[in-house]
Design a protein around this ligand. Structure first.
Ligand code: BG6
Length: 376
């Protein structure tokens, strides 16, 4: 890790190292949880301070219920010894495999943890450019007034990757692209791009607007699946997972309709795939053409480049220089790297950890959002 940060602060790293304790646990063994509690209490006693406790679980879904249950049974879900500091759970997706299993996980967790103790990570929400979408939408009047079905004809949200499954055969073959990226990251992104303006940018109001939007998404009927979705698999996938019969998709695209007055019939296309030509995450908004000029084929467009080369492109139509009146669509390009110093950009995981330590829920998925996205 240190090699990735050539300018790291040696003293800070030494200071941290002195404070690390590694305790290996058998997740089935109650004594290990009791020992963990003792160790945490001792750290507080030695420092003479109450401290927030953050349990970060990046574990397979099969053992999730067991571990959360044991943390609860052995009192690790409680406030500190003097009732002053919080105990929090920071959890990685997948939050379930389908609607039923997600509800089950949520119920298991809520037996021991209140919703405000739980931080469900969706690292896409913590990407700088994703956070900027909200600010961009509601602080730029020139676009805010165009953000509806009267002016927009299509929204595309995509995340393509060049990497394959990177040795995660067991996990991925049971998951696939739709569950891995669309149900979580891309639906969250869609909610941010299309939701109504929240009363404020506080966590409660943002979640309120997101959930309201997700509830308006029309479910795709079985009869419409073929015309509203596509799935594919890259060529070497079967060999990689050593399963010649696998039908798991490594590419998925779906077309959704948000059935509310703002969006009516605007298609929202979500796409993702592994082992493709380009690593690119972006949101592209295509504006309607000017009806007065029937010959015009170009559209105005707006693209949020989420990664790489973070920025915003605005496609405008100009007259080509010359004696004829020919039109061409050109891009006006804003790049973060050109305007802001490189070290002002934070890695999404840095933001996730800092927010969980601060107790700010704005960038985490609520249980209601998780259920709403599985319903879609
Ligand atoms: C994870 C998925 O949530 O996101 C991975 O499980 C995927 O399959 C990764 O590769 C992509 O994240 P990023 O930040 O590189 O776009």
């Amino acid at each position: 890790l240190v090699d990735d940060y050539p300018e790291y602060d040696e003293h800070a790293v030494e200071f941290l190292k002195e404070r690390f304790i590694v305790q290996t646990m058998d997740v089935n063994n109650g004594d290990d949880y009791s020992l963990l509690l003792q160790n945490l209490n001792k750290i507080e006693d030695d420092a003479g301070l109450c401290m927030n406790r953050l349990f970060y679980l990046s574990i397979p879904p099969q053992v999730f219920g067991l571990i959360v249950g044991n943390l609860g049974k052995f009192g690790l879900n409680k406030k500190c010894q003097h009732d002053k500091a919080e105990s929090r759970l920071l959890i990685e997706k997948p939050f379930g495999y389908d609607l039923e299993s997600a509800k089950k996980l949520i119920n298991e967790t809520s037996e021991y943890y209140d919703e405000n103790q739980i931080f469900r990570i969706d690292h896409y929400l913590a990407k700088e450019t994703v956070q900027n979408i909200l600010n961009f939408r509601f602080n730029n009047a020139i676009f805010e007034s165009l953000w509806d079905h009267f002016h927009i004809s299509l929204i595309e949200i995509y995340a393509t990757e060049t990497i394959g499954i990177e040795g995660r055969a067991n996990f991925y073959d049971k998951t696939g692209a739709l569950r891995d990226i669309i149900q979580s990251h891309l639906l969250q992104l869609m909610a941010i791009v299309t939701m109504e303006e929240p009363l404020s940018f506080s966590s409660v109001h943002i979640h309120h607007s997101k959930l309201a939007l997700l509830k308006y998404v029309k479910q795709i009927n079985a009869a419409d699946v073929d015309s509203s979705s596509l799935r594919g698999q890259y060529q070497t996938y079967k060999d990689e997972v050593k399963n010649p019969d696998t039908n798991t998709e490594t590419f998925a695209a779906i077309k959704l309709i948000i059935d509310n007055p703002r969006w009516e019939n605007v298609p929202i296309v979500l796409k993702t795939g592994k082992s493709l030509n380009e690593k690119k995450t972006a949101v592209t908004v295509l504006f309607k053409r000017n009806d007065r000029n029937e010959e015009m084929t170009q559209h105005n467009s707006l693209s949020f480049r989420i990664q790489p080369n973070e920025g915003i492109d605005i496609g405008i139509i100009v007259k080509k220089p010359g004696l004829d009146n020919e039109l061409e669509a050109v891009d006006m390009d804003f790049s973060y790297s050109r305007f802001f110093a490189a070290d002002t950009q934070r890695d999404a995981y840095e933001r996730v950890l800092v927010d969980a330590i601060r107790g700010d829920h704005a960038l985490f998925a609520t249980s209601e959002e998780v259920i709403a996205t599985w319903e879609i």
